[in-house]
Design a protein around this ligand. Structure first.
Ligand SMILES: Nc1ncnc2c1ncn2[C@@H]1O[C@H](COP(=O)(O)OP(=O)(O)OP(=O)(O)O)[C@@H](O)[C@H]1O
Length: 434
């Protein structure tokens, strides 16, 4: 039989065409054909096992990195990927990584030669990402698909190791979640100083919830928990949630409800496919909506804007469930603007006020900032009294700003100059009061 016919007969053979999930045992036909075109003939009599990983798959980037690390041979053509990495010191450095460019490469894994082919369709766009459609196809001799499972697992582990000790923030892009920026160094929970007991209560509640999946399953209760942090700006709501995510070794899936084009359907989808082990964070929930009555009035105007509707959000929150613990955090500066339906138990199970600095916070922040646990009590007391004597509420963000100004000052100077806090104060009439 002429070689070309032989190759076609392999392609037509249903056995070779059979696919299961990502994997397809393909005959060497495709390779052979490409081989012929490229002038290389590869082991005609062997079966090939082929794995195609499209760019939309989670493992795509991991795999490219892993292939680079394993050093695909003959890789003359590299693409550069620039990322920003935060060092332990907090400094951000630029990192260049070379990944195999579009084209064919060869590598050896567990004693098997594997052809790596990265292709880019110039004519086809990934509509959600707006980038050309890409895929990587790996072809190895033999039938052992375990090879690919091992490879993907190694690639995943490599990606996990790279984010060890970091918090990944995801944002939505179309119907998907994508990591946003570089993984950030975990913020230590102790660096956010809340009023006595508040932080501990939330942490204990979350941990308790995470380990109680069976309790929820036994009672048929959706395995989710909602938290609402409310209070004035600059008091640590967002910072606390970030450090809590670090403490729980979770990431953050950040959703902006006011985003144009975020419809009820898309929101529902996003909430249901949010990356595992992440806190879903809906910031400034009051800003996304006007009250329910007004929403009814202005319904048509809202629909025209292609935005999430209030009832849509309620339904979506009710639908958030998974076998895994689902934690939803909402924040607002204006509790009174929220519709009671949004914050009823089941949607919001824990509400905490995160307010202006208490005496406890003032002294704790002072000690932390100047890294002096043994500051004389009278200095701490004086600082607290002087700030209270300002006669206005002070947020931790203001205190932080004041300390930054006095990075190199002695504690005594810091205590005596607290008037500067008032000078830097935003217009209080626009600020929230409890
Ligand atoms: N309780 C706190 N302890 C330590 N630092 C704090 C605290 N609260 C605020 N900060 C500092 O102030 C800045 C702003 O805080 P953050 O964004 O967390 O406030 P927020 O309450 O979420 O504000 P907003 O309501 O405007 O979103 C951050 O740099 C943070 O480090």
């Amino acid at each position: 039989m002429p070689l070309n016919e032989f190759i076609s007969s392999l392609s037509d053979n249903p056995y070779f065409g059979a696919g299961f999930g990502l994997f397809g045992i393909g005959a060497g036909a495709a390779i052979l054909r490409k081989g012929l075109q490229g002038g290389i003939i590869l082991f005609r009599r062997h079966l090939m096992i082929t794995l195609e990983v499209p760019c939309r798959d989670k493992s795509y980037q991991w795999l490219l990195q892993w292939i680079t690390l394993r050093g695909a041979r003959g890789t003359q053509h590299l693409s550069v990927e620039t990322s920003f990495v935060q060092k332990e010191t907090g400094k951000i450095e630029t990192k260049y990584e070379f990944i195999p460019s579009v084209g064919r490469h060869l590598m050896r894994y567990k004693g098997v030669w594997i052809q790596v082919e990265r292709t880019r369709e110039q004519q086809t766009l990934d509509l959600h990402m707006g980038v050309p459609w890409e895929s990587v196809t790996l072809t190895a001799f033999g039938r052992d698909k375990q090879l690919y499972f091992d490879m993907l697992e190694e690639a995943r582990q490599l990606a996990l190791d790279a984010t060890e000790g970091k918090t990944i923030v995801y944002t939505s892009m179309g119907p998907e979640w994508r990591p946003f920026g570089h993984p950030r160094r975990r913020r230590p929970i102790g660096s956010v100083v809340l009023d006595r007991g508040v932080g501990e209560r939330i942490i204990t509640d979350c941990k308790e919830f995470i380990k109680n999946s069976q309790w929820y399953a036994d009672r048929g209760i959706p395995y989710r928990r909602g938290y609402l942090l409310y209070g004035p700006p600059g008091c640590g709501k967002s910072s606390f949630i970030t450090s809590l995510a670090g403490e729980l070794q979770y990431g953050i899936s950040l959703l902006n409800l006011s985003e144009r084009g975020l419809t009820d359907d898309r929101l529902n989808h996003l909430l249901n496919v949010a990356p595992e082990q992440t806190i879903i964070l809906l910031e400034d929930v009051d800003a996304a909506f006007i009250s329910r009555e007004e929403t009814t009035h202005k319904k048509s105007a809202y629909e025209g804007l292609n935005r999430v509707t209030f009832s849509g959000l309620l339904n979506c929150l009710d639908g958030v469930a998974s076998t895994e613990a689902r934690i939803v955090f909402m924040t607002t500066n204006y509790l009174e603007r929220l519709d009671p339906a949004l914050i009823r138990p089941g949607r919001v199970d824990v509400k905490e006020y995160i307010g202006y600095c208490s005496a406890h916070q003032l002294t704790e922040m002072f000690k932390r900032f100047y890294n002096q646990q043994n500051l004389p009590t009278h200095i701490l007391k004086q600082f607290e009294e002087n700030v209270s004597a300002l006669g206005c509420p002070v947020s931790p963000a203001q205190i932080q700003g004041y300390f930054m100004k006095h990075k190199s000052s002695s504690p005594e100077i810091v205590v005596t100059n607290v008037d500067q806090i008032r000078e830097d104060r935003p217009n209080m009439s626009t600020l929230y009061t409890r």
